[in-house]
Design a protein. Structure first.
Length: 389
């Protein structure tokens, strides 16, 4: 697209990427009047992207829990009692089934995450086979497996992996308050190994963890001043999980999150900025402002690894209201919609088969179970009517 539009930065008449940002500069962007900031971000966005297209990915946890790291936000850490059931590495055929469902629902990229500090040598043949099988479906592939050596990055690239996710999480200054089991440099080294292998880089961070405005600016400076901007930049709102050290941190003001999206768009004009974790707590209007601010990627599906996410059909209805991905959402078939709801029902029914022995709740009665089933049936009918109306 034409990149010679009116500047979002007064002293620069081009929307080209920069790699020399400073924290005071970024703070100045954050301090702009809200409408001015969104206007600048939208100008930058339109210089490089179709403003009514949002890239859609699906994220699947292929190995859950028992992670040895101490990330203060993460329910998958073995150090915290969050009630999360740990699961072994998922069988390849089950991963392929979920990838097929994701493609049918409109996803173009399938992301697979494992709760590891780093993959072991014994894991690599398995995950590379997984990549090859998903690629056969015609989907882009992404993985997040923890830290990678140079050799592991090359092995994944040779298997056909398109993207590798490894977030910086926060600023270097605040990092030690969130994680102590790996260094900031460890993360940068992994990004370097990924970039050196020829794979695309997916890297962003989490806001709302109790950091300062300077920390948010510093995180974006770290990302934007990499030798090459990440192709994908996920911006996550903290999802507070009981049992983690951050379960009672103060909520981030919603406008500050939207500003972070807009500033990321201005600083990394050619990157996909992903509106990632935390969307379940955002109303449609807040999400729409994030798209106006330059977000152009989301995850479909009811779960992001272990935390909730808006259901696929809710995203489709929002896209229809906003005129986003009009061709793709129009092609979201009744069959795909029904399959998504059936999968949701199955997950809820399976969950009811397991009882937390430590929970002091009474066993649901037969009448309660019947009412739950009726509620789900009513939900299917109502949401189907909304989709096809």
């Amino acid at each position: 697209m034409n990149t010679s539009a009116t500047s979002a930065k007064p002293q620069n008449n081009k929307f080209e990427p920069r790699h020399d940002w400073t924290i005071p500069e970024v703070n100045t962007l954050y301090a702009l009047p809200f409408n001015d900031l969104l206007f600048q971000a939208q100008l930058v966005h339109r210089a490089h992207f179709d403003p009514n297209y949002v890239q859609v990915s699906t994220l699947l946890s292929i190995k859950t829990g028992a992670c040895p790291e101490d990330c203060a936000y993460c329910p998958q850490s073995a150090r915290y009692d969050t009630g999360l059931e740990k699961e072994r590495l998922m069988e390849i055929n089950k991963v392929i089934e979920r990838a097929k469902e994701a493609k049918e629902a409109g996803s173009t990229r399938f992301c697979m995450g494992a709760a590891w500090r780093n993959p072991k040598a014994r894991d690599m043949p398995y995950v590379t086979d997984m990549v090859r099988e998903v690629k056969k479906l015609g989907l882009e592939t992404c993985m997040t497996l923890g830290m990678l050596t140079r050799e592991q990055a090359i092995e994944l690239k040779q298997a056909g992996l398109d993207y590798y996710n490894h977030n910086l999480d926060t600023s270097p200054e605040f990092y030690g308050d969130i994680i102590t089991t790996r260094t900031y440099q460890d993360r940068l080294d992994t990004l370097g190994n990924v970039r050196g292998s020829g794979m695309h880089v997916c890297s962003g961070g989490i806001v709302g963890m109790g950091e300062t405005g300077d920390d948010r600016s510093s995180l974006l400076v770290q990302l934007a001043n990499l030798e090459q901007h990440p192709e994908s930049v996920p911006i996550n709102m903290l999802v507070k999980v009981e049992g983690t050290p951050l379960d009672s941190v103060d909520d981030l003001e919603p406008f500050e999150f939207i500003r972070t999206i807009a500033v990321a768009r201005i600083m990394m004009p050619q990157s996909f900025v992903r509106l990632s974790a935390g969307r379940e707590s955002m109303n449609e209007q807040m999400q729409a402002l994030c798209f106006m601010g330059g977000a152009n990627s989301i995850f479909y599906g009811c779960k992001l690894l272990t935390t909730s996410n808006p259901e696929t059909q809710e995203d489709v209805m929002l896209f229809n209201k906003l005129g986003i991905n009009s061709k793709q959402t129009k092609d979201y078939s009744d069959e795909a919609f029904a399959a998504a709801l059936t999968d949701e029902i199955t997950q809820k029914q399976n969950a009811s088969l397991y009882v937390d022995a430590s929970a002091k709740t009474s066993k649901p009665s037969a009448e309660t179970k019947i009412m739950d089933e009726k509620t789900m049936d009513k939900k299917i009918k109502t949401q189907t009517e909304q989709l096809i109306s």
